[in-house]
Structure formats: C-alpha cells, structure tokens
Design a protein around this ligand. Structure first.
Ligand SMILES: Cc1cc2nc3c(=O)[nH]c(=O)nc-3n(C[C@H](O)[C@H](O)[C@H](O)COP(=O)(O)OP(=O)(O)OC[C@H]3O[C@@H](n4cnc5c(N)ncnc54)[C@H](O)[C@@H]3O)c2cc1C
Length: 238
C-alpha cells in the first residue's frame, strides 16, 4: 500500500447515480469519484429507450404509480414507486438544466414540447428520450459537467476492493465507514482513500448472467462490499 488520498465524500461509481450525486454534493464538499473502468463505462451509457415521468397534462402521478405497480406484479415496494413517480419530473428537469438534450416535437399550436413515447405497461405517453441512445447522452453530458467542476476529482480505472471501517468508541461493536481500499489498475498497486462519507453507487449485478446486455462492470461489487462491512442486503436475498 503506497498512497493515501483524502476527501469529504468518496463516491464509488460513475454512472447516472454517482455523477448526479457528485454534482449536487460538490456545492458544499470536495468529492472524489471512482470508476472501475473509463468514466463512461457502466449501464447508464448503454440505456436506450428513455426515462418515464409525467410531462403530459392529461397524465397523472397516480396513473404512473398504478401502471408501475401492475407491471411489477407484486414485486414493487409501493412507497419507493410513489416516491420515484412523484420526483421523476423534477429529476428530468434537473438533467435538462445540465444540458441533456431530449428529443422535442412541435405541437398543434406550433410550440416545441418534449417528444414522449409510450412503452410497455404505461397507459400514457411518458417516456422522454434522446433518439435511441438516451443513456449515452445522459452519461456523456454529466461526465462533461463533472470534469469541469473544480471540487470534483475523477479517478478512472480505480477498482474499489473493500470499505475501511473502524469501531466507534463508546458504541458497543458499532462501526463507521471511513473510506475504501482501492486497486489502482493504472499502477497495479493498492491505495486507500479516506472520506467523511463514502457512497456506494456501483450499479447492479446483472453480469452474474452469462448472456446479458449489461456491461462487465455490473458485477455487484458494491453489494458485496456492503455485505462484508456488515450491512443488511436482505433485498438481494443475502
Ligand atoms: C442495455 C441496457 C438498456 C437499458 N435501458 C434503459 C432504459 O431505456 N430506461 C431506463 O430507465 N433504464 C434502462 N436501463 C437501466 C439503467 O441503465 C440503469 O438502471 C442505470 O443506468 C443504473 O445507473 P447506476 O449509476 O446505478 O449504475 P451504472 O451506470 O451501471 O454505474 C455503475 C458505476 O459503478 C462503477 N463500479 C462498479 N463496481 C466498482 C468498483 N468495485 N470500484 C469502482 N467503481 C465501480 C462502474 O465503473 C460504473 O461507473 C438499461 C440498462 C442496460 C444495460
């Protein structure tokens, strides 16, 4: 172990989740983002169809919630669905502010409006998209914003191995996370990064399947690191 870095917030993962959080937190904190491969390599880059939100005045959040619960066939956490549907439009407005260029069309009054598509399970048109490469546009736009930010440092080809935890004095066996051990793939050395807060934004684990459209980095590392640190991962069945 040869090198040590410090920051206020360490975000492990550079997809839509990690980059969005970094841009919000960097208003008040020094942020480090780790990416296992190149900055843009993750599921976000490959997402195609688009993102659902209530933009049409004839649509409603309640209808979005109801469609999602039906499509989820009993597997959805209803409060999470409600929260997501209620906040989806604000999140898309934020992406638009960052420069994400969703497709538009002209309405009958000759005004520009977002072109909404309708996908399986939706009873209304509510999918904003950028042609058929929505994720690529989101990922590259947010990456540019992050690279320009003076309080965000990006470490590419930095593979988080495990969280660094220490026992909190006077709290029986309670631990707190103070950073992470990293395999620096550029130097082939292990480094440590210490942070006030560490965020796991490492995406999913779909690469467990032999045949999948998910990228190699979707290997569930964050779930494994959280589990090894003693966190409950019951939603993943472990
Ligand atoms: C082909 C495809 C099409 C899709 N289409 C749609 C769609 O139309 N609409 C929709 O809403 N969703 C779609 N999705 C799903 C969507 O892309 C994901 O839900 C979303 O992008 C997840 O974002 P994320 O930031 O959580 O994860 P990701 O974008 O996967 O980012 C994870 C990040 O974590 C990093 N990472 C992982 N492990 C480590 C580690 N050990 N150390 C350091 N970094 C690590 C990776 O390098 C990556 O930067 C699609 C997904 C795929 C694969």
């Amino acid at each position: 172990m040869n090198q040590q870095n410090n920051c206020d917030v360490l975000i492990i993962g550079s997809g839509a989740a990690g980059l969005t959080l970094a841009l919000h937190l960097a208003k008040n904190a020094d942020v480090v983002i780790l990416s296992k491969g190149q900055l843009n390599e993750g599921s976000t880059f490959y997402a195609q169809g688009g993102i659902a939100a209530v933009f049409d005045e004839n649509d409603s959040v309640q209808s979005h919630v109801s469609d999602t619960l039906i499509a989820g066939a009993g597997l959805c956490d209803e409060s999470a669905v409600q929260y997501t549907a209620e906040n989806a439009k604000a999140c898309l407005d934020w992406l638009i502010e960052q420069g994400v260029d969703f497709d538009k069309e002209q309405n009958q009054q000759g005004e520009q409006q977002y072109h909404l598509t309708r996908e399986g399970g939706h009873s209304h048109r509510r999918i904003l998209h950028a042609a058929d490469a929505t994720g690529k546009v989101i990922q590259t736009t947010l990456s540019e914003r992050v690279k320009q930010h003076s309080r965000i440092r990006v470490f590419e080809r930095y593979n988080a191995i495990d969280l660094i935890c220490e026992e909190i004095t006077d709290h029986d066996k309670e631990k707190q996370c103070i950073g992470a051990y990293i395999w620096n793939r550029n130097t082939e050395k292990v480094e440590s990064i210490y942070a006030q807060k560490t965020i796991l934004a490492t995406g999913g684990a779909s690469k467990v399947y032999q045949y999948t459209s998910n990228p190699d980095v979707a290997s569930g590392d964050g779930i494994a690191m959280a589990w090894r640190a003693g966190l409950s991962c019951s939603q993943y069945g472990i």
